[in-house]
Design a protein around this ligand. Sequence first.
Ligand code: AP5
Ligand code: ZN
Length: 216
Amino acid sequence: MNIILLGPPGAGKGTQANLLVEHHGMLQLSTGDMLRETRKADTELGRRVAAVMDAGELVSDEIVSAMIDAKLSDMGDDVGAIFDGFPRTEAQARALDDILAGHDRTLAFVIELVVDEEALVDRVTGRFTCANCGAGYHDRHKQPETEGVCDKCGSTEFKRRADDTEETVRTRMKEYRAKTAPILPFYEERGIVHRVDGMAAIDEVTSAIEKVLASA
Ligand code: AP5
Ligand code: ZN
C-alpha cells in the first residue's frame, strides 16, 4: 500500500510515518530527510539546498522528484511507501503519478493531518533530537528525564534543525498554504483524501490513521 501524509510543518508527518514503519513494515520516504543528507555534503548542490531550506522555501520539483524515483527503485516491490513531505506542489503531484506508474504502484490514500497553525509554531520551535539515536524531545513538553541526557541511549549530544526558527517556520507555513494545500483537490477528485485530527494525542492520531488503512 502506498500513502501520502500531508500537513504543514510540525503536523506530525514524521512522527506518524515512524510509527507506521514500526507497525506495518512500510518504508518512509521523507524528502526533508533526503535533503538534510544532501545538504551535509560540501558540494554546490549541498550548499544550494541548505540555503533554500534555511529560508523556508521549496527546493526544485525536479530535484525532489528524482530523489523519490531513485528511492522507489531501491525498494522491494511488495514494500509499501509512506510519502512524507512529498508531493508539495502540483508539479510534484503530477510527477508522483508518473513515478508510481513507472514502478507499477498505485496510491491508496492521502491522509491530511489537520492542525492549528499557532500550536505548530510552538511544536516546531521547541523541538530537539538526540544526535546519537534521533529520539525526539521538546523544550516545553518533553525534556529528558535527566537533564541533558538522552533517555534512550544516554548520549549528551542533542541537535536542532537550522530551519526551526520562528521566522523560518512562518515562511514554511506560508509555502504550505500557497503551494501544497492547493494540491488537495487533485486527490479529492479521486476520493482518496482522509482528514485526521492532528491536534489529538500522538497515539490517537495513529489509531485514526490505522482505521483509514484498515478500510482499504
Ligand atoms: P520537511 O523535513 O518535510 O519538514 P516539514 O514539512 O516542515 O515538516 P516537519 O518535519 O517540520 O514536521 P512534521 O510534520 O514531520 O512533524 P514532526 O512529526 O516532526 O521539510 C523541510 C524543508 O525541506 C522544507 O521547508 C523545504 O525547504 C525542503 N523540502 C522537503 N520536501 C520538499 C519537497 N517535496 N519539495 C521541495 N522542498 C522540500 O512533529 C513535530 C513536533 O511535534 C515533534 O516535536 C513531535 O514530537 C511533536 N508532535 C507530533 N505529533 C504530535 C501530537 N499529536 N501532539 C503533540 N506533539 C506532537
Ligand atoms: Zn539518544
